[in-house]
Design a protein around this ligand. Structure first.
Ligand code: NDP
Ligand code: KPL
Length: 314
């Protein structure tokens, strides 16, 4: 087993789950906690999962990043709405030769992190998992779990497959989490957006679960139209996404158990929505290349309105 140390920034649905799986394997894992800190110090982390439920009773839990020893790998698993904290959180927890792995949805986060830690120290990861934090220190993993990882290079130039990615992937694989390595992080991020932009966005605007969006003819048309816009935005950024991939996303969602997207859960809980990372940044990246994405531009404004109302007036 490797001796790499891991810091988890954001011990929630995905950070709590993946961190706990790494610790269960015997890895040295340090968890930064927020409102759950005291509960986790007292009772540990409870993971419910179809892969096997377990409790980690001894957790290296911290309330402040300065208390965490500098680690080889720092996993960013906050909601992107909290990324304004990263300039304070990242430097103390990262070893001089350490690497940051960003396990967040959306696009355009790596360049922000590269400004803090330097672009040679950033890996992006896309999580194909359904998981929720259902209580303090209590994570409910529902389904899936695979991660796609890619090296970040300036301006999202393809970074190839590096030994350090392979080593981190091996740790996750040993912990029971499949990892796929991508030579092109930008393409991997656009592909994930084919799902996230329509379903996360429409679930809030139309107040619907995935099955409702797929079963009603009008919302299904909208889902497909938005997916096609994502494909066009990707193409304008030199990322080719095939029609077979779009079809695969539609078929896959049709077969999925009815699912409340993470954006809809945030909306229902009156938490800020990850609009900029998931919709705003890709939209701006396409606009900069002269590509017009009218459905996504409308979705963006609608979500901004709903988010503002939700946080301020209801
Ligand atoms: N959940 C899922 O199934 C999937 C999520 N993703 C993406 O993963 C990312 C993380 O999402 P998810 O795990 O669901 O989010 P969660 O809200 O479950 O987890 C985020 C965690 O960050 C913690 N946090 C907030 N502020 C601080 C702080 N100042 N210091 C330390 N910790 C803090 C929160 O603690 P507290 O609650 O105490 O504030 C929470 O435990 C998002 O980008 C999401 O889109 C991607 C695929 C699937
Ligand atoms: C696609 C999905 C459902 C998990 O892979 C997701 O990213 C989300 O809930 O935001």
């Amino acid at each position: 087993m490797s001796t790499r140390s891991y810091a988890i920034l954001g011990t929630g649905a995905i950070g709590g789950f993946y961190g706990a799986k790494l610790q269960q394997l015997g890895m040295d894992v340090h968890f930064l906690l927020h409102s759950d800190y005291e509960q986790v110090c007292r009772q540990g982390l409870l993971i419910e999962s179809p892969m096997g439920s377990f409790t980690l009773s001894a957790v290296k839990a911290y309330h402040h990043p300065e208390q965490i020893p500098a680690c080889d790998v720092v996993i960013v698993a906050l909601k992107t709405t909290k990324n304004y904290l990263l300039p304070q959180l990242l430097p103390p927890v990262l070893k001089d030769d350490g690497v940051v792995v960003i396990l967040q949805n959306g696009l355009g986060i790596e360049p922000q992190v590269a400004e803090i830690v330097n672009s040679k120290r950033v890996i992006g990861g896309l999580c194909f998992i359904c998981s929720n934090k259902v209580g303090k220190g209590h994570i409910r993993h529902l389904d899936y779990g695979m991660i796609t990882m890619g090296e970040y290079q300036d301006d999202y130039q393809p970074g190839g497959i590096t030994p350090r990615m392979q080593q981190i992937a091996e740790d996750f694989n040993n912990a029971g989490i499949p990892v796929e390595l991508s030579e092109n992080l930008l393409l991997a991020r656009w592909k994930k957006l084919v799902w996230n932009i329509p379903y996360n966005g429409l679930s809030v605007v139309l107040n619907a679960k995935t099955d409702e969006l797929m079963n009603a003819p009008d919302s299904r048309i909208l889902v497909e139209e938005i997916m096609q816009e994502v494909v066009r935005g990707a193409k304008g950024n030199h990322c080719k996404i095939s029609q077979q991939f779009v079809q695969k996303m539609l078929n896959h969602t049709e077969k999925m158990k009815p699912y409340l997207t993470s954006m809809k859960l945030d909306y229902n809980e009156k938490r800020p929505l990850e609009i900029e990372a998931i919709i705003g940044n890709p939209l701006r990246m396409a606009t900069e290349k002269g590509i017009d994405l009218p459905h996504i531009a409308m979705l963006y404004r609608q979500l901004k309105f709903l988010d503002y109302q939700n946080l301020n007036f209801h």
